[in-house]
Design a protein around this ligand. Structure first.
Ligand code: SF4
Length: 412
């Protein structure tokens, strides 16, 4: 009997269905795996993609699925990963590198495109769910596509890109994969890899995607990460600490979505809140301040510029929203940079005192690049920094070209 089917691991009531879940995973890998000589895994370090990665390595090593010629693991590092997830990823990378049939690559956006550098150096406001979601494509999808394209150059044929998209049993019924990353329990980016990578520049016709854990329920994921994967029989993966990032013993109930720390798109940063509620990680509490900074950058009109609605020659500017709010002022960026550096410093001082892992979201190179971009008066396309701040009282310019003067008179 294989280790995966040991009755003492899977025995008992509802948990028995875990065997069926693994069987379906095996069936999908057996059906699609042999069609591609090379496999790649888009790994975000969250629970679903980590379960996918460690299970596949185990299944290959156990001989339950035929090994591809090579397995390329692409770790997507946004620089804003939760410290327990980052620590687990670092430890897993060490184990992956012990295997000569696996290539591991850490994928990061180029420096100017990274979340904090782009926002504070170039002045683009924090992303939001409605009009300005620039982050996932820029810090996850595009770097992953570029890394994959680079790898594909040296490889003949097609690659099977494996993701950790998991939708539970309902997905098996309705055959639909959501790309939303705001979903509870989801992992930001995985759905994007699943749906958009095959269409990305340089990828067409060269990759197929597969989500072998699509049908897994969250309890299967937790069982795998907490019980099976760490066992010596399954490879001794350091995955138990991933549960910390999702609330320890409460993880299944909290069902937190994971992505960047302080993600402005999540209604609540449940993963970070769950982490700092645990004594072993309470030194990370200052990181809760990130969302407050992002919210102020978005909402405080004195920190952003706006268009007047008129071009330099006095003619009506193009576009529907003629007086739209735009980038962050240079002062706002400097303020936010200082606050974020303070937060990072507070966490790392506490980490050193307590002998715990710290945080690395802004290194010297990134801080200096942000400073350089600010000094060079860098603005997003279409802005030059001469625009008024968004709290300035100006005449209203409407889409039809009509102008309404200021309604407020001067007090006597
Ligand atoms: S976790 Fe949030 S900030 Fe990070 S890429 Fe996803 S949506 Fe953007």
């Amino acid at each position: 009997m294989s280790a995966l089917a040991q009755p003492d691991l899977f025995a008992g009531g509802a948990r028995m269905v875990a065997e069926e879940a693994v069987d379906l995973t095996l069936a999908s890998l057996e059906a699609y795996g042999p069609r591609h000589e090379h496999w790649a895994i888009a790994w975000s370090g969250g629970k679903d993609s980590t379960a996918t990665l460690t299970l596949i390595v185990r299944l290959i090593e156990e001989g339950r699925i035929a090994a591809p010629k090579r397995l390329s693991v692409f770790y997507a590092d946004t620089r804003l990963e939760l410290p327990p997830l980052q620590a687990a990823a670092d430890a897993i990378i060490v184990k992956l590198k012990e295997r000569d049939w696996i290539d591991v690559e850490i994928v990061r956006a180029q420096i100017d495109k990274r979340f904090l550098v782009y926002m504070l150096g170039r002045g683009v406001p924090p992303p939001n769910n409605s009009t300005l979601r620039w982050c996932t494509r820029q810090i996850k999808l595009d770097p992953m596509a570029a890394a994959l394209e680079h790898r594909l150059r040296d490889l003949p044929g097609t690659v099977l890109m494996i993701t950790g998209v998991r939708e539970g049993e309902s997905a098996v019924r309705d055959k639909r994969i959501a790309t939303r990353c705001s979903k509870d329990g989801g992992e930001c980016g995985q759905g994007w890899y699943q749906q958009m990578l095959p269409e990305a520049k340089g990828m067409r016709g060269r990759i197929a995607t597969l989500a072998p854990l699509l049908h897994w329920r969250v309890c299967h994921v937790w069982d795998w990460l907490r019980i099976y994967a760490p066992s010596t029989a399954m490879g001794g993966w350091p995955t138990a600490m991933i549960a910390d990032a999702y609330g320890g013993d409460e993880a299944e109930e909290i069902n937190a979505r994971t992505g960047c720390m302080g993600c402005p798109l999540a209604s609540k940063d449940m993963a970070l809140a769950a982490v700092v509620a645990m004594p072993a990680w309470d030194h990370l509490a200052p990181l809760l301040g990130l969302r407050t900074i992002y919210r102020r950058l978005r909402e405080d009109d004195s920190l952003r510029l706006k268009k007047t609605g008129l071009d330099a020659d006095g003619s009506l500017s193009k576009g529907k929203n003629k007086q739209r709010k735009g980038p962050l002022t240079l002062e706002a960026r400097l303020w936010a940079l200082e606050e974020i550096v303070k937060i990072q410093g507070a966490v790392n001082i506490a980490a050193r005192e307590l002998g715990r892992p710290g945080v690395d979201m802004l290194n010297e190179e990134e801080i200096s690049r942000i400073g350089e971009l600010i000094c060079r008066n860098t603005w997003p396309n279409g802005w030059d920094g001469d625009e008024p701040t968004a709290d300035t009282w100006i005449e209203s310019v409407f889409p039809d070209g009509s102008v309404q003067g200021l309604l407020i008179g001067v007090s006597p």
